[in-house]
Design a protein around this ligand. Structure first.
Ligand code: G3P
Ligand code: CA
Length: 315
């Protein structure tokens, strides 16, 4: 038996039905107009009260999501660490003067709560000091030599503060991936975002973190900043995990995406990006492009740039 929608049947049969139908349509229009006005008022209020509040999508930061074979963006890992001591101003400054898209760096807090750019938990590998970074005040940290371990050409280079980096970043057009190392509270996140706002570069930074509590702090304290979740091993449902933390992309390892290549399509279909770290060999760059990932974090940004120019159309 076929059924006829009640409103259609009655509207075409009786004057009472026609009147009812008109009244329904009128009510429907009023309701739609009300919802539209409420949404407009809400959006206006959001932007008036907080002009920085806007949804940031992967495409805003990465350009279009890639299809297989398209060139991925380049993010220089800890600055240009192939040519300079990692996470120092010369390494980061070299990227700001380059053709690379992103500079990636790591942020930690000193004992007195100042954000500095530093990767390891201890200062042993990349300075002439010893012990945990978190035990050093900024004044103490600034006495360390962060260049000689790499080359005598960089003797007495200092560990930079985040603000020293932002000062040179301001005049560039690059974008930065700022990884919050370890576990951060909302209050600590605000120390960083205040520096970013003070330099006016809030539209060119993405936060990254491995730690779930840190991602939650970012969500609560800095919801308008785009976030990326770092997962060495992809979960079975990467879209669900990305959605849980409201991130624009997942940053994962080469091996993980090779085992689970469907993750690229799944994330892209959800409007999310996928970026790989840390890829330094041509064979892996080639595989990354074949997979259709959006970006590659590398220690060898100049070599990757040259390789892309020779091997990927459109660069
Ligand atoms: O950007 C992701 C990547 O930098 C994470 O690894 O240890 O080099 O900070 P790590
Ligand atoms: Ca990092």
């Amino acid at each position: 038996m076929t059924t006829t929608p009640a409103s259609t049947a009655s509207a075409s049969t009786t004057p009472v039905g026609t009147a009812l139908s008109r009244s329904h349509r009128f009510e429907h229009r009023i309701r739609r107009a009300f919802v539209a006005s409420a949404t407009t008022v809400g959006l206006v209020l959001i932007f008036v009260l907080n002009p920085d509040a806007a949804l940031v999508y992967a495409t805003n930061m990465f350009g279009a999501l890639r299809t297989p074979g398209e060139p991925a963006f380049i993010a220089a890992h800890r600055g240009d660490r192939a040519s300079f001591p990692e996470n120092t101003l010369p390494a980061l400054g070299a990227v700001l003067d380059s053709d690379f898209d992103f500079v990636e760096t790591d942020i930690q807090l000193t004992a007195d709560g100042v954000p500095v750019l530093f990767h390891d938990e201890t200062v042993d590998r990349t300075t002439n000091g010893t012990g945990l970074l978190v035990d050093y005040t900024l004044e103490q940290l600034k006495t360390l030599d962060a260049g000689s371990w790499y080359s005598r050409d960089f003797v007495y280079l200092q560990v930079p503060t985040l603000d020293e980096f932002l000062a040179i970043f301001t005049s560039s057009k690059k974008k930065a991936m700022l990884e919050l190392k370890g576990v951060w509270t909302e209050e600590q996140v605000r120390v960083v975002t205040e520096l970013i706002y003070a330099r006016g570069v809030q539209n060119r930074v993405i936060f990254e973190a491995f730690d779930y509590a840190t991602l939650t702090s970012l969500q609560n304290a800095a919801p308008v900043f785009p976030r990326v979740l770092i997962q060495r091993y992809l979960p079975a449902d990467p879209v669900a995990l990305a959605t849980r933390f409201g991130v624009i992309a997942i940053l994962t390892s080469y091996n993980s995406v090779k085992k689970q290549p469907d993750a690229v399509t799944q994330l892209h279909e959800a409007g999310l990006g996928i970026v790989l770290y840390t890829l330094n060999k041509k064979g892996k760059w080639s595989d990354a492009l074949t997979l259709g990932v959006d970006g590659i974090i590398t220690d060898k940004p100049s070599l990757l740039d040259d390789w892309l120019a020779d091997n990927a159309p459109g660069t």
